[in-house]
Design a protein around this ligand. Structure first.
Ligand code: ADP
Ligand code: MG
Length: 251
């Protein structure tokens, strides 16, 4: 493969024997990770704090290089792709995503050039934040932050989600970014994802077994290793961690 090739992020996302140790601390965050995610699959990643969930997403984003093995999109090792072109096709909401002291529109279109108002409104709708935005007197021109309106945690999370969606990404990586979103809003987002994100591979890190989002696959991490992986139904009958979490949350 040519190094730094510009590829279209189409195809399955494959982890082949991925190991990762943080160089600064020597902590091995991921061990022998093998996953084959089909294009368009929706995957839920769960596990205790420190189990390696965020690291998994950050390796997909190429924040770090893997030591052994590799991550592939189709036949292409992501390490050989043009970084800007590659990341530009990924929608990512980090765990600690933040908003700038600017308008809501600017926060949604942040990092993208030539985003139309129509695209901003589309993304806001897909993130189920559009109604609340239009209720502000200044609408999309409302300032947020110190000199603007104070938004709830759930509103901030949905604006960050809209920022990731406005790129019309091929791959969507969400790191625990729906934690402050209530159940009925989650339902709306789920419906939008189903209609608008067909063919988009989606990986959601969460502590919750989401009631409304239909996952093709669940991955449970523990100390950097995959301890359970399968469809939600198969994991429910496995009697393991996923089943316990699902039961706890139903109560
Ligand atoms: P999770 O998202 O599941 O809470 P992380 O992927 O953040 O887990 O962390 C996995 C392990 O890697 C933990 O032991 C954590 O302390 C360590 N770790 C995470 N980020 C860094 C970093 N930037 N430098 C060094 N160690 C890190
Ligand atoms: Mg994390």
């Amino acid at each position: 493969k040519e190094p730094s090739s510009k590829i279209l992020l189409k195809g399955d996302l494959i982890f082949k024997n991925v190991n990762f140790t943080y160089p600064e601390t020597g902590i091995q965050a991921l061990k022998q990770i093998n996953i084959h995610i089909k294009q368009g699959e929706r995957v839920l990643v769960m596990g205790k704090t420190g189990s390696g969930k965020s690291t998994l997403l950050q390796l997909i984003l190429r924040y770090y290089n893997t030591e052994l093995g590799g991550i592939f999109i189709g036949d292409t090792n992501i390490a050989n792709t043009d970084l800007f072109n590659y990341r530009n096709q990924i929608g990512y909401v980090p765990q600690d995503s933040f908003l700038f002291s600017d308008t809501i529109a600017a926060n949604i279109s942040f990092g993208q050039e030539g985003v139309t108002q129509q695209a901003i409104e589309w993304a806001a709708n897909a993130a189920a934040i559009d109604t609340e935005i239009t209720q502000f007197p200044a609408g999309y021109q409302t300032l947020v932050g110190e000199r603007g309106v104070t938004l709830s945690g759930g509103q901030k999370q949905r604006i960050s989600l809209a920022r990731a969606l406005v790129k019309k990404p091929m791959l969507l990586l969400l790191d625990d970014c729906l934690s402050a979103v209530d159940s009925s809003t989650e339902q709306k987002i789920a419906t939008h994802f189903t209609t608008h994100l067909k063919g988009v591979t989606q990986i959601l890190v969460s502590h919750r077994v989401h009631a409304h989002l239909d996952f093709d696959r669940v991955i449970i991490l523990e100390n950097g290793e995959i301890i359970e992986m399968g469809s939600p139904t198969s994991l429910l009958s496995l009697g393991g961690v996923y089943q316990k979490m699902a039961q706890l949350q139903r109560q």
